[in-house]
Design a protein around this ligand. Structure first.
Ligand code: FAD
Ligand code: NAD
Length: 367
C-alpha cells in the first residue's frame, strides 16, 4: 500500500545493497530522492542490532539487522545528495570475508509511515551542566560513537529516564551551544554533542531527576520529531520570533540558521516574554548579537517586573504586537514563529490571525 502511494506520487521505493573489502563493509541506501542530506538518516549500532532509519517525506525506510560479524564502534555516513545515495561505512573487527550481511530484524527493508515507527532511543552521556539563570541550565549530552544523528532546526527530541521504576519521557528542543558572537569562533563539535536549555521545576516530575544526574551518567535520547521545515525560510525577508520562557529554545537554532544561511533576510526581531529580569535566558548574548548584527533586534517584555524595570511590561497583547510586527517593506515575505506556555501561544496565534497573517506565515511550536 505504501509503495502504491509512492508510485502514485511518481516515486519508486528505496532499496539497499552492500559490498565489502578486507577491512570495511559499505551499506548503500538508494533513496531515489534528491532532497536527502545528513539530517535525513539516523544510524545506530547497539548490542546486536544495526539500524538505519532514512526519512523520506513522511515515511521512514528502515534497515534493521543483526550483523553476521563484529564491527568497530565508530562508522562513517556519507550522502551523495544529487543522486540521493547514502553510504554507511563500517569497519570490520576481523578481516574475514562476510558471506551475508546478517539476519533481518523488525521492519527490516521496509518503508513505513513515520508516525508508525515509534520512538527509537540511544543512551547519551551527560558531559556538562552549567547554570544559565536561577532555574535554567545548559545541559550537554554526548551521543555514543555508534550513533549518527543530527537534530534538524526547529525539531525536538524526547528525553527518557527511569524514575522509581517507571520510564518517564518529556520533549526538549536542542539548542546551539551559544548564539553567534564576534567574540567566539564557532567550535567544531563534530555533531557528537547535543545541547539543551532546560528549566528545573522543583515540583516537577522529570526535571528534578534530570538535575540530579552526575556528569558521566546516562539519559536516553529519541529520534527527532517536529513539523518545522527549513523550506519555510525560502526567500524570507522578515522573521519575527515570539518566545515566552523556555519557549525561547526553538528560536536559538532558528536565529543562528537564518542569520547565516538566508541571503534574502533583511530583519529578524525577537520579542522575549518573561516574568522577571532574572528569568531572561542568554540576555547578554542576545544584546551582543543585536549590537553586532544590524539585522537583529531583541525586545524583552516582563509580566512581573520590579519597579526599576524601564522596558515593556505585560502579557502578549494587540498593542505590543502592532508595534513589533513592522515589516521591512509592504509586501515582504514574512514568517512568525511562536513558542511558550500553551495559553501564550494560543493567544498569540489568535492575535496574529486578527492582524490578517495567514497560516503559512505563522509557525507555532507545540507538543
Ligand atoms: P511537570 O511535572 O510537568 O510540572 C511542571 C510544573 O507544573 C511544575 O511547577 C509543577 O509543580 C506544575 N504542575 C504539574 N502538574 C500540575 C497541575 N496538575 N496543576 C498545577 N500545576 C502543576 N522545556 C525546557 O525547559 N526546555 C526545552 O527545550 C523544552 N522543549 C519542549 C519542547 C516541546 C515540543 C514541548 C511540548 C515542551 C518542551 N519543554 C521544554 C517542556 C518540557 O517538555 C516539560 O514540560 C518541562 O520540562 C516540565 O517537566 P517536569 O516533568 O519537570 O514538570
Ligand atoms: P513562564 O511561566 O516563566 O512564563 C513566561 C511568560 O509566558 C510569562 O512572563 C508571560 O508573558 C507568558 N505567559 C505565561 N502564562 C501566560 C498566560 N496564561 N497567558 C499569556 N501569557 C502567558 O514560562 P516557562 O515556565 O518558561 O514555560 C515555558 C513553556 O513553554 C512550557 O509550558 C513549555 O512546555 C513550553 N515550551 C514548548 C515548546 C514546544 O512546544 N516546542 C518548547 C519549549 C518550551
Amino acid at each position: 500500500q505504501v509503495t502504491d502511494t509512492l508510485a502514485k506520487e511518481g516515486r519508486s521505493s528505496p532499496s539497499y545493497d552492500w559490498f565489502q573489502t578486507d577491512s570495511i563493509v559499505t551499506i548503500v541506501i538508494y533513496t531515489k530522492q534528491k532532497d536527502i542530506n545528513l539530517d535525513s538518516v539516523i544510524v545506530d549500532h547497539q548490542d546486536d542490532s544495526f539500524r538505519a532509519e532514512t526519512l523520506i517525506k513522511d515515511y521512514s525506510y528502515i534497515i534493521h539487522i543483526e550483523l553476521s560479524h563484529e564491527i568497530e564502534e565508530d562508522f562513517s555516513v556519507r550522502v551523495v545528495e544529487n543522486v540521493g545515495k547514502i553510504e554507511i561505512v563500517l569497519k570490520k573487527k576481523e578481516s574475514t570475508s562476510w558471506k551475508h550481511l546478517g539476519h533481518p530484524l523488525e521492519n527490516h527493508n521496509s518503508l513505513i509511515p513515520k508516525k508508525d515507527t515509534g520512538l527509537y532511543y540511544r543512551k547519551c552521556r551527560l558531559i556538562s551542566k552549567e547554570g544559565v539563570t536561577h532555574d535554567t541550565k545548559l545541559f550537554c549530552l554526548m551521543l555514543p560513537p555508534s550513533t549518527h544523528l543530527q537534530v534538524p532546526v526547529g525539531q525536538h527530541v524526547y528525553l527518557k529516564l527511569t524514575i522509581t521504576g517507571t520510564e518517564i519521557v518529556k520533549p526538549y528542543t536542542p539548542v546551539s551551544d551559544s548564539l553567534p558572537s564576534e567574540f567566539k569562533e564557532p567550535v567544531l563539535l563534530n555533531n557528537k554533542y547535543i545541547f539543551f536549555l532546560i528549566k528545573i521545576y522543583p515540583a516537577g516530575l522529570f526535571t528534578p531527576e534530570l538535575d540530579q544526574l552526575q556528569i558521566g551518567d546516562f539519559v536516553s535520547v529519541s529520534n527527532p520529531e517536529g513539523n518545522f521545515k527549513i523550506s519555510q525560510f525560502q526567500e524570507l525577508e522578515d522573521l519575527f520570533l515570539l518566545a515566552a520562557g523556555t519557549g525561547f529554545t526553538p528560536m536559538v537554532k532558528i536565529l543562528n540558521f537564518a542569520l547565516t544561511n538566508i541571503p534574502s533576510l533583511r530583519k529578524v526581531k525577537l520579542m522575549f516574554f518573561n516574568k522577571t529580569e532574572d528569568d531572561i535566558i542568554w540576555r547578554s548574548q542576545l544584546e551582543k548579537l543585536a549590537f553586532k548584527d544590524k539585522r537583529f533586534d531583541v525586545e524583552f517584555v516582563l509580566s512581573a517586573p520590579t519597579s526599576e524595570w524601564n522596558g515593556k511590561r505585560g502579557h502578549i497583547s494587540p498593542a505590543l504586537l502592532s508595534e513589533f510586527l513592522k515589516r521591512s517593506s509592504d509586501n515582504s515575505k514574512v514568517l512568525i514563529c511562536i513558542c511558550g506556555p500553551t495559553p501564550f501561544t494560543e493567544q498569540g496565534i489568535r492575535l496574529l490571525h486578527d492582524r490578517n497573517f495567514s497560516k503559512e506565515e505563522i509557525h507555532s511550536f507545540t507538543a
